[in-house]
Ligand binder design. Structure first.
Ligand code: SF4
Length: 430
């Protein structure tokens, strides 16, 4: 008797989900088994930031037990998936003579041709002043360049605590905003609006590389406690991007906090086309628990109002807000029932999508175990149910994900563009 098929089971239970989205979700949850073709491909593929340690019983690769692995799978239809290794997965990647050079198998059945996102042509280059381009605050996920020249987030060190100390009001899931040594080479100083001009000049040089093959340029950064100041920071960066012609070359989007409308309008005038102010968590009590800085310094109502302002300024197909799917299920005070998280997140869709604001759900990966494995907090069923629900709302409202802003080749942990692929729309029905 052959082993049960996860993909057949998902096809039977989630017929409203596209096959590509089911496969992607299955791979995000179940991972693939290790195969030596993976470290071999890492010679040219975009690498995972963490090396992989070969478990006992598997032969060393080129004499090494710690190996680099590719980070992102890329299918023939441009579906992009974060690659993770799980020893008990039903899936494996094999090197073949097929059109893309690799194939995905579920047990012994081939399910898709695949390859990996390649190492970026610009990442090994130097800027004119000798800085490696990958150290300029730029990273890339397929179609999307992400520019972060001010990574330190002031919510980690909010002034006004007891005895003159600062308070940590950072979002509970966040590690990447921690003010640390990354700020030094970029010249970022907390509570200072401007990022030094040479920093911006270097990142612009990297974005100008002729072979980024990117479509979007997404400006992000750590939060400032003063939203008007944060808005000014983004406006000044946008001015320099516009001067360099990058607002023409890329769909530039502002990934700031809930900045004032005035600065949104200034950015729009400079050629910035979209905005994504991340609300992270929908339920008001969970938002206060998980995002204490956003909640107490800006406030949930103001955050939503800023998203509505952004729709007025940038347009109804050009505003998104990202959520950390499953963050409500972790820590003290968490929802006790995953269905509460699902209902709350669908409510976000029902409220925001008709207003022209697209909620985007990334999986929240909890770091577990002594080998620091990562597991999503949502179950696979919950994630597919959420995405089916959101996709149905988008279709009902005639508001699909705008592929100029967010393509399936940029969505390595999110499914929204995969559900909307091939559908016509983007404007509300007449
Ligand atoms: S606002 Fe929250 S998620 Fe964003 S960088 Fe600061 S702590 Fe992290």
């Amino acid at each position: 008797m052959s082993a049960p098929s996860m993909l057949d089971d998902l096809a039977a239970r989630f017929p409203a989900s596209p096959a590509a989205a089911r496969l992607k979700a299955a791979l995000l949850f179940a991972g693939v088994r290790y195969d030596p073709c993976l470290p071999e491909a890492a010679a040219w593929a975009f690498p995972n930031y963490m090396p992989f340690t070969l478990p006992p019983g598997l032969p060393a690769f080129e004499g090494q037990r710690q190996v680099q692995l590719p980070y992102l799978l890329r299918m023939a239809d441009d579906t992009q998936v974060r690659l993770r290794i799980k020893p008990d997965s039903p899936f494996s990647v094999r090197k073949t003579e097929g059109p893309l050079g690799f194939e995905i198998y579920e047990h012994d059945r081939k399910v898709a041709d695949t390859t990996f996102e390649p190492r970026l042509p610009w990442a090994d280059q130097l800027t004119a002043d000798g800085t490696p381009m990958r150290a300029t605050g730029l990273s890339q996920h397929g179609d999307m360049l992400v520019m972060n020249v001010a990574p330190g987030c002031e919510y980690f060190v909010v002034p006004g605590g007891e005895g003159g100390r600062s308070r940590n009001l950072s979002c509970t899931f966040c590690l990447y905003g921690l003010p640390d040594q990354r700020m030094k080479p970029l010249g970022q100083e907390l509570f200072v609006i401007d990022v030094p001009r040479p920093t911006i000049a270097r990142v612009i040089e990297a974005c100008q590389h002729p072979e980024t093959h990117a479509k979007q340029l997404y400006m992000v950064g750590g939060s400032m406690v003063d939203m008007a100041q944060e808005g000014d920071r983004f406006v000044r960066i946008a001015e320099q991007l516009a001067e360099a012609g990058l607002t023409e070359r890329y769909y530039v989007a502002c990934g700031s906090g809930a900045i004032p409308r005035k600065q949104m309008e200034q950015m729009k005038a400079l050629g910035v086309r979209g905005a994504c102010f991340n609300l992270e968590v929908w339920d008001p009590a969970q938002f206060a628990r998980i995002c204490p800085g956003k909640n107490s310094i800006v406030g949930r109502a103001r955050w939503i109002e800023a998203l509505e302002d952004a729709v007025d300024v940038f347009g109804p197909n050009d505003v998104m807000t990202a959520f950390v799917g499953g963050a409500e299920l972790e820590g003290e005070g968490a929802f006790s029932d995953p269905r509460q998280a699902l209902e709350s997140n669908l409510e976000a869709g029902e409220t925001l999508i008709p207003k022209g604001i697209q909620p985007i759900f990334s999986l929240h990966w909890k770091v577990t175990g002594k080998n620091r494995g990562e597991e999503p907090l949502y179950s696979l069923d919950m994630f597919l149910r959420l995405n089916e629900g959101l996709a149905a709302i988008r279709r009902r409202e005639g508001r699909l994900i705008n592929p100029d802003f967010f393509t399936r080749r940029a969505a390595y942990m999110q499914l929204e563009p995969d559900y909307d692929e091939g559908l016509e729309g983007g404007a509300p029905p007449a």
